[in-house]
Design a protein around this ligand. Structure first.
Ligand SMILES: [Zn+2]
Ligand SMILES: [Zn+2]
Length: 859
């Protein structure tokens, strides 16, 4: 601390010795203020929740501590920081915290590669990135820092897990995982490369079934969907992504019984369909390659098994490429049949590569005449088609049969049923209702709603995560760790690379415990939690980061929540936001919070690229924030990140753009440094009317205030804010001669300079602080109110022209004072009265006396 103060003093001494310093030197300015700001922890501290002031919670998504900030971070934080500073100056009690999403796989990979324990690697990275953030001047309240890999945070993950378990929202079930037989361990999806292990390129990854913990997110599916309608402050694309992810569809479940002897007794295939009205048009039943019944169906035929294995591989490949919709459809007939539940017709059972086990029931009824995908498949394999919906609208005259089949598949729901037994003549909707009802009566189906949203599998067979607080006792079965035994600490010194299951399972002192119920021997769960658990509720913790008997304080959260503005990358638009919206509802139902949604407004910034491509080490096009700060200063780097384009668009980083911003900041700096003493020197022209130049500057100032203010009201086009400030600075330079000659109003000049500095404050905080001090101010700019906009002063001066026709007064037009002759004529011609007066006549001549009148000579 003493050291810091000394540096600050030295810096300000240097400054004092060079009062007329004209050269903008960001390094010395930024280092001076950096030292001062570090010495004042109250600068960005929020007031307590019983503050009488209006609150504003602005939050940028917390980063993964990979080791260095990249430009995407800088852009994200520059947006949030500008907003936070603006809200402080607008009089709000602002909460602007930062933390670390510190668990996860990269720490383990780095540990293996560099032989550094994940904890050490992670905490070292945090230290470094925090220093970078501070150097960039981001206004965070570090007293609220949250680090998810520390026990004072993750113990509450465990506490919440116990609550989930008590509420029936956490449960265990078998689930398939990637398994490398060589490593003898589970692989994350990103560790599977072309179907093989990332460490064993020759070893095919297998699917193994293991017991996993799941969180019942589907309990809130309906509410999560309905809630999206209220999120008007979210980008429409994100709302659509959320809706699609939840994927509600109304339809019916229908069971098709297996025909023939083999297979388990009473075996049936359940399908979900949104079009039960077309069920008489079903000509086959198709199942996913991984459907549990497949093994029985193909057991008799090794050839068939091989073909099904091919289908599994094709599907896995398409899934990995993220293009299951574009898969080339293949299938094989199993030689077996299912019975149509309504009329007992035998339908062939096919296995098809485009049907997913984890979507719906993993089986469909195929109705080629009335479904695009089924049509395509049936066409390819020559399967039967049967028309059961009259392929024309009700009331249209019937055509020839050939014409009707020519328009297949007919997928509209605006017609009547045919070839459907007792249901002939019903409309689609009548048939859907009646058939679902009958299916339920007859015991083979029912109307139902399904969701694409699945329960959330949270078990990870990894070391660097929150230990799941559960025990397994031979006597008592699954036993939760008692609340008073939390946290279950993650042990240090674990060999992560040892083969065979979760790393924690190799630590006997971790695994073997006494059962809290019967006192007998028990085993700990050795899986850890998905890191999305950490980020599901971290923003609540910021409101009271050091609470040690509860995860959060309800009254404090009630004051701060919902978050007023959340800012982050669109890549988190689905999972992170679905999980946090779920978590908020789960906490609300526990009575811990009162809000339904975590964030009212969401902003997703565009990516930062370079030379048209995503920045990556391989391409050698990474721009380092440290390098930019060293060369141009933090302010120029930040302003450029906001100025280059609007924040929602992709930003292609251009170094000459940063230079341009640096020149602009230099100009602003020089102007204020030169003219700061104007008032003190008493060059006042008080009493005199303002000169046109002074009036122009006043007008431009208020127009700029308005533009910047407007951009902060949710439009977020800070590029236009910065452009407006640039124009204003140009206008100021245009008055320099008049100022030097002592003919310029010192009131206007003093006011213009103060407000220029205030307008710069959200974007270039270091420069603004320096200039503010130069203007004689002692307190932080954040404590000063945002400049008020005066519409009267912003108004363009206007002139009213008298308009004559052949020397006779016929009307008036009003135009901006600086209008050109062409513009004046344009406006005269647009005037209805004048237009009708000269209609049908020939204009011989225009006489425009600028600033006074227009005479039109006609014949
Ligand atoms: Zn392997
Ligand atoms: Zn026991």
């Amino acid at each position: 601390m003493a050291e810091t103060t000394k540096t600050a003093n030295q810096a300000s001494e240097r400054q004092a010795q060079a009062p007329k310093e004209d050269r903008y030197d960001p390094r010395s300015i930024e280092e001076k203020w950096h030292a001062r700001w570090q010495a004042d922890p109250t600068l960005y501290a929020a007031e307590p929740h019983d503050s009488k002031r209006k609150k504003y919670y602005v939050l940028e998504m917390l980063p993964y501590p990979s080791g260095v900030l990249h430009m995407g971070h800088v852009r994200n934080y520059a947006i949030g920081d500008a907003l936070a500073r603006f809200m402080w100056m607008s009089g709000y009690n602002v909460l602007h915290p930062m933390g670390w999403d510190a668990f996860g796989l990269p720490a383990e990979n780095a540990a293996i590669k560099n032989n550094v324990p994940p904890r050490k690697w992670t905490l070292g990275n945090i230290e470094h990135m925090k220093a970078q953030m501070k150097r960039l001047g981001f206004a965070y309240d570090w007293s609220r820092e949250v680090t998810t890999c520390l026990p004072d945070y993750y113990r509450w993950n465990q506490w919440f897990f116990l609550k989930l378990y008590q509420q029936g929202l956490a449960y265990r079930k078998k689930s398939k995982l990637n398994w490398c037989p060589e490593c003898a361990t589970v692989l994350a999806n990103e560790q599977v490369v072309d179907g093989c292990c990332w460490r064993h390129e020759e070893t095919k990854v297998e699917q193994r079934e293991l017991e996993q913990w799941f969180v019942r997110t589907t309990k809130y599916a309906e509410e999560l969907l309905a809630g999206i309608d209220q999120l008007e402050g979210w980008p429409e694309k994100v709302r659509t992504m959320q809706r699609n992810w939840i994927g509600r569809s109304e339809g019916a479940l229908v069971d098709f019984a297996l025909d023939g002897p083999a297979g388990p007794a009473g075996a049936k295939i359940s399908v979900f369909t949104t079009r039960i009205d077309t069920i008489f048009g079903a000509t086959s039943v198709q199942i996913a390659p991984e459907h549990p019944i497949v093994a029985d169906l193909i057991a008799h035929d090794p050839d068939l098994r091989e073909k099904v294995d091919d289908l599994v591989r094709e599907q896995a490949k398409a899934k990995e490429a993220g293009d299951i919709a574009g898969i080339e459809k293949h299938g094989v007939f199993t030689g077996r049949f299912a019975l149509h539940p309504f009329n007992q017709e035998k339908l062939p059972i096919w296995v098809a590569n485009y049907i997913l086990m984890d979507y719906g029931t993993g089986a469909i009824m195929s109705v080629p005449a009335h479904d695009e995908r089924d049509f395509e498949f049936a066409h390819k394999y020559g399967l039967k088609m049967r028309v059961v919906i009259l392929p024309r609208r009700v009331g249209e005259p019937p055509g020839a049969d050939e014409e009707e089949t020519a328009i297949l598949p007919y997928t509209e729901k605006d017609s009547l049923l045919i070839n459907s037994g007792d249901y002939n003549g019903l409309s689609n909707q009548e048939a859907i209702d009646k058939m679902s009802e009958d299916a339920e009566k007859r015991g083979f189906g029912k109307a139902t709603v399904t969701y694409r949203l699945k329960d959330w599998g949270i078990s990870r067979q990894r070391y660097w995560g929150t230990p799941i607080p559960m025990l397994y006792c031979a006597e008592c079965g699954v036993v939760p760790v008692p609340e008073n035994q939390l946290p279950v600490l993650l042990p240090d010194n674990v060999d992560i690379s040892a083969p065979g299951g979760s790393p924690l399972s190799h630590i006997p002192e971790f695994v073997n415990v006494q059962c809290p119920k019967c006192g007998g021997p028990a085993r700990r769960e050795t899986d850890t939690m998905d890191t999305f658990v950490d980020s599901s509720w971290y923003f609540y913790r910021y409101t009271n980061a050091h609470l040690n008997d509860r995860p959060l304080d309800t009254a404090t959260v009630a004051y701060w929540f919902p978050i007023d503005q959340y800012i982050g990358g669109v890549e988190h638009a689905i999972l992170h936001l679905i999980y946090s919206r779920f978590w908020t509802r789960f906490m609300r139902d526990l009575g811990m919070v009162r809000n339904d949604e975590p964030a009212l407004r969401l902003f997703t910034q565009g990516m930062v690229i370079k030379d048209g491509a995503k920045m990556s080490k391989n391409k050698g096009n990474v721009v380092s924030p440290d390098d930019m700060v060293a060369r141009f200063g933090a302010d120029s780097t930040r302003v450029y990140a906001l100025f280059a384009t609007s924040p929602d668009r992709e930003l292609d980083w251009q170094e000459d753009g940063v230079e341009g911003v640096h020149r602009f900041l230099s100009r602003a700096y020089r102007f204020v440094m030169r003219n700061a003493d104007a008032v003190a020197k008493g060059k006042s022209v008080a009493g005199a009317a303002l000169s046109p130049k002074a009036r122009a500057i006043q007008r431009k100032l208020h127009q700029t205030i308005k533009r910047v203010y407007d951009d902060f009201q949710g439009r977020w086009h800070f590029n236009t804010s910065v452009a407006a400030i640039m124009e204003f600075v140009n206008e100021l330079y245009g008055a320099e001669e008049e100022i030097a000659a002592g003919k310029f109003s010192t009131e206007v000049l003093a006011d213009a300079q103060r407000k220029l500095v205030m307008l710069l404050a959200p974007f270039a905080p270091y420069l603004a602080a320096e200039l503010w001090e130069r203007l004689g101010e002692k307190d932080s700019l954040l404590r000063y109110p945002w400049p008020e906009f005066d519409p009267a002063l912003a108004k363009e001066e206007e002139i009213t022209y008298a308009v004559q026709i052949n020397g006779k007064l016929r009307g008036h037009v009003t135009v901006p004072a600086d209008s050109t002759q062409e513009f004046v004529i344009e406006r005269v011609l647009a005037d209805e009265k004048i237009k009708s007066a000269i209609a049908g006549k020939q204009v011989v001549k225009w006489i425009v006396v600028l600033g006074k009148l227009v005479n039109i000579v006609v014949r």
